[in-house]
Structures are given as C-alpha cells and as structure tokens.
Design a protein around this ligand. Structure first.
Ligand SMILES: Nc1nc2c(ncn2[C@@H]2O[C@H](COP(=O)(O)OP(=O)(O)OP(=O)(O)O)[C@@H](O)[C@H]2O)c(=O)[nH]1
Ligand SMILES: [Zn+2]
Length: 291
C-alpha cells in the first residue's frame, strides 16, 4: 500500500497524489457502510492495481481540520485577501473572516493586495488597525510584485485556503505565485466593479515549491451565531488579552464599569475599528439569540 493525499474527487472517483504520481482510485466499499466519505485533502493509504494503475482507498487517516464549504480536509491556514483599493477594504468583513478562521482552527494570514494603488499613509493607517492583533500581515501587489515571495514562503508546505471578497486579486496572486495554474482572472471594470467568481470546482492545486492551495475560496457562510456573547472576545486576540484585567469576570466590554478593554481602546492599545466591529458582532449575536 502507498500513501497519498486526495487532490480531487469526481463522481465517486478520487485522484490521489503520491510519490509515484497521481492515481485514480475508488473508495473501499466498507467506507460507505460506515458512512465515511473520503474528502479532498484526506491523507489516505491506497492499494494499487499495477495492471491498470488504478487503486482502492483502504484507509483514511484522522483529519486535523474539516471545512464544510468548500468540503476539504486538513487545511491548516487561511489566506485572507483584501485589496486596499478597487474594491476598498471592508474591515467588518475581514474581521468576520478572522473569526471564522479561528473557529475552523486555521492559522489566519492577512494579505493586503494592490498596494501599488495607494499612498504610504493609507497603508500605514490600515496596518496600524491590525498592529496588536498578532496576525501575520503580508502586503502585496501583482503589478509591482512586492510581497509575492513572502506569500510563497507562507504557502510552502502548508494546505491553504484563500478567502476574500470578489475582485481583490486572489486569482491574480495565485497566478503570480504559480503561473502554470493559469487561473482565470476577471477584469473588475468589465464586471462593473461588482466582480463575480471566476474560479470553480473544488480540488487541491499542488504548488511546485511544496504545499497545496484549495482552488475555491473559503467561507461562503459568514454566520456568527455559533458564538455565545460571552465568548466573542476569544475571537479577538488583542481584546481577549486585555479582558483579563476587566473588573467583572463576565464583562462583555460594552457598558460594564471597570472595563479594561474600553480603557485599552482609549489608550490606543486596541484599535477603535476592531473594537467597533466587536460591538457590532456582539449586538448581532444578541439579536440572533432572541429567536
Ligand atoms: N492595481 C492592481 N490590480 C490588481 C492587483 N491584483 C489584481 N488586480 C486586478 O484586480 C482585478 C481582479 O483580480 P482577480 O484576481 O480576478 O480577483 P479575485 O479576487 O480572484 O476575484 P474573484 O474571482 O471574483 O473572486 C483584475 O483586473 C486584476 O488585474 C494588484 O496588485 N494591483
Ligand atoms: Zn471589559
């Protein structure tokens, strides 16, 4: 038996990437009885039929992570891409992606793309907002090629999912990193500044320098109702840290007296923008509990 990783699945056939190449495999009948469905990203053992070079998946190793949309196993990091202009960054959405990454136990990396389009001041302003979050930030441009190597280093030997709104340059970045992938990119002006998803199907793309990238963007559901009000702070690393010094243990950092989070916002240790998004999500969660 040989080891491999499922990189694609179509109609009950799985394509397993191994040291010896990619093989078309079927799943052992037993999986169906046990209601186990192999997933793209699964590490598997296959039994190879040397005559026709097809195989059977005999064993699926336990999964570290399991995304539902797109359905991929063992993704370990999310590359959250926002452009600094065209379209301008929606930090409310960015903070949502960060929360969803935490939920899925993915290491989140923030990529600010299209830095060629903005001034240094704007860049500084945005970077400051995320300064104390602890998230790794990469600044890129597919035009000036700045930051492309940094992104490559991050992707190397990992299984990454890209996330971010339409038109921010996800496909362009991937094409820059691996020209052979030839992902379709859309011209944002031709798409009337709204953009549309030009990438389809769900499989793993192998990077020539090591690692895989999921070929469809992640997190189509942005629902936060899985979070309890009192736990929201956990999803904001810098708020979580300062919450240790709030007067009340169950402080929600909203209207409570002796709140160290609010104090830290005033002192600039926590950015106002992040805190406002925290409050916005807090009230959203509160409302969703009522029904
Ligand atoms: N100025 C500038 N334009 C860029 C940059 N990166 C991408 N673009 C342009 O932005 C537009 C959208 O890029 P895409 O790569 O299609 O964006 P996407 O995020 O994959 O969009 P969807 O497929 O709709 O999700 C294209 O016209 C690109 O040429 C950049 O760094 N600077
Ligand atoms: Zn507090």
């Amino acid at each position: 038996m040989i080891e491999g990783i499922i990189i694609k699945g179509i109609g009950g056939l799985y394509y397993v990437d191994t040291d010896r190449g990619v093989f078309e495999c079927k799943a052992r009948g037993l999986f169906r009885k046990e209601k186990i469905k192999p997933l793209v990203g699964d590490n598997v053992l296959i039994d190879l039929n040397d005559i026709d070079n097809t195989g059977y998946i005999m064993e699926i190793k336990s999964r570290n992570t399991e995304l539902i949309r797109p359905p991929v196993a063992n993704v370990n990091q999310s590359i959250i891409v926002f452009s600094l202009k065209n379209p301008k960054p929606n930090l409310w959405l960015l903070d949502r992606f960060l929360i969803l990454s935490e939920k899925e136990k993915l290491n989140a990396i923030i990529v600010f793309n299209k830095i060629d389009l903005i001034s240094d001041d704007v860049l500084k302003y945005i970077l400051k907002i995320y300064e104390n979050t602890g998230y790794k930030i990469i600044k890129t441009s597919t035009k000036s090629k700045e930051g492309i190597n940094d992104l490559k280093e991050i992707l190397k030997d990992n299984i990454s999912v890209f996330a971010g709104p339409s038109g921010v340059g996800k496909s362009s970045l991937l094409n820059e990193i691996e020209p052979d992938l030839k992902l379709q990119t859309g011209d944002i002006s031709a798409k009337t500044k709204r953009g549309k998803h030009t990438t389809r199907s769900s499989s793993l793309l192998e990077l020539s320098f090591g690692g895989f990238v999921v070929d469809t963007p992640g997190f189509s559901s942005l629902d936060l109702s899985f979070i309890k009000e009192e736990n929201l702070e956990i999803f904001f690393p810098e708020i979580n840290e300062e919450s240790l010094y709030c007067k009340f243990n169950d402080c929600k950092h909203n209207k409570e007296p002796g709140c160290n989070v609010k104090k830290s916002v005033k002192e600039g240790k926590i950015s106002k923008e992040r805190y406002e998004n925290y409050l916005s999500f807090l009230s959203e969660i509160k409302k969703s509990r009522r029904y």
